[in-house]
Design a protein around this ligand. Structure first.
Ligand SMILES: Cc1ncc(COP(=O)(O)O)c(C=O)c1O
Length: 370
């Protein structure tokens, strides 16, 4: 991203297939609610757990969307899902606890626990498990004195876009419960799916920490708001930590976010745009020699195997940026072990950029091989 910005500042025309955020802003009713809040409220602190009206709306959303009833006492509003991860890891585990995570992964699943004196345990995954942890990984890692105390999963996942089926998530939940392993389920890409809807861990258990955000489906990235549904035994501990670390989540954003749940038609139309972008890349990139992708069931990423073209995806991305003007993310950012064979393409941007990026990548790779 930094290199792409530097080149753009020098006047190069760069297409950003590296960004992990929607290219459109929040829906109009969200903006209107923010304007009204500025005009009518002093915007002081709220409860540490968030405004009751927003927590109630989140609870209602679980009922409407998934048919699950979540009491407001278990819902905390946080500063993005990032704030929820920090609170969740801190509250759920003692120092030195081992936490399993799939590799490739969203890097903070590694860095946040590490910085809290927890021990991340990356598990290399591939096509055979849809790039996801499985119940059998958990069962193996939970053995013995040094067994894991926790596990993080994401469905849809970043960087792969892969999702857990009901059976796979059910197996994970049951195995975690059998071995006393705390499951953290990152559901930030829910709503952005291209076939089956994503399943929330709340349909299967009350013991998981379920994390979500207004940043992706709801197009409110910079408003810095997310939420977490807590197991009943952790709610009070998290409330105290949130009070001391953050005092409250951002008040203006909370007023605005209440309206986001009424905008699903508009937000689903944006997802249709992602679906078109995804089709363009899936149809065009094979013509450039990038034909093997993790099953991109959701989110806005394609995780492409470039091992037929390079054994160093960082150098590959650098050359693609400098020579073709297309910025994508080398797999090494998500996977220290096998990432050199992968590139993540984000299709959150404009449709015309996808068409142009595919054209440029094809021409660039042709010129390299020729
Ligand atoms: C899988 C995943 N989880 C969590 C986050 C954090 O998002 P936020 O703090 O904006 O909610 C991101 C952001 O890209 C992500 O990709």
């Amino acid at each position: 991203m930094k290199q792409a910005n530097r080149l753009r500042a020098r006047g190069k025309d760069v297409l950003y297939l590296c960004v992990g955020q929607p290219s459109v802003g929040a829906p109009a009713p969200v903006l209107q609610a923010a304007r009204e809040a500025i005009a009518t409220d002093v915007l002081g602190y709220t409860d540490a757990m968030g405004m009751m009206a927003l927590r109630e709306r989140i609870s209602r959303y679980y009922h409407e969307r998934y048919g699950v009833d979540v009491p407001v006492e278990r819902i905390i509003v946080t500063t993005g899902s990032s704030g929820a991860f920090m609170l969740g890891f801190m509250a759920a585990f003692d120092a030195c606890a081992r936490i399993a995570l799939a590799q490739p992964n969203y890097p903070p699943y590694f860095t946040i626990p590490s910085s809290l004196d927890l021990v991340p345990v990356p598990v290399s995954v591939d096509d055979s498990s849809g790039f996801q942890l499985t119940g059998s990984h958990i069962a193996t890692l939970a053995q013995g004195e040094n067994g894991i105390a926790g596990a993080v999963v994401a469905s849809p996942a970043n960087p792969t876009g892969t999702m857990l089926s009901l059976a796979a998530l059910g197996d994970l939940v049951a195995t975690c419960e059998r071995h006393g392993v705390r499951l953290i389920s990152d559901e930030i890409y829910h709503g952005i799916t291209f076939g089956e809807d994503a399943i929330t861990a709340l349909e299967l258990t009350d013991h998981a920490l379920v994390i979500n955000s207004f940043s992706k489906y709801f197009c409110m990235t910079g408003w810095r708001l997310g939420w977490m549904v807590l197991p009943p035994d952790l709610a009070e501990r998290v409330e105290i930590l949130a009070q001391h670390f953050f005092i409250s989540p951002p008040t203006l954003s909370q007023y605005a976010a209440i309206k986001a749940f009424d905008c699903t038609d508009e937000l689903d139309a944006i997802v249709q745009g992602y679906a078109r972008n995804r089709e363009i890349l899936l149809n065009e990139l094979p013509g450039a020699g990038i034909s093997h992708f993790a099953p991109a069931d959701g989110a806005f990423y394609l995780y492409g195997d470039v091992s037929g073209l390079t054994n160093d995806s960082t150098a590959f991305c650098k050359a693609m940026l400098e020579e073709a003007g297309v910025a994508a993310t080398p797999g090494i950012d998500f996977d220290q072990a096998n990432g050199a064979a992968y590139v993540r393409f984000s299709f959150a941007g404009e449709e015309s950029h996808m068409v142009e990026a595919a054209r440029r990548i094809k021409g660039w790779l042709k010129s390299r091989s020729g």
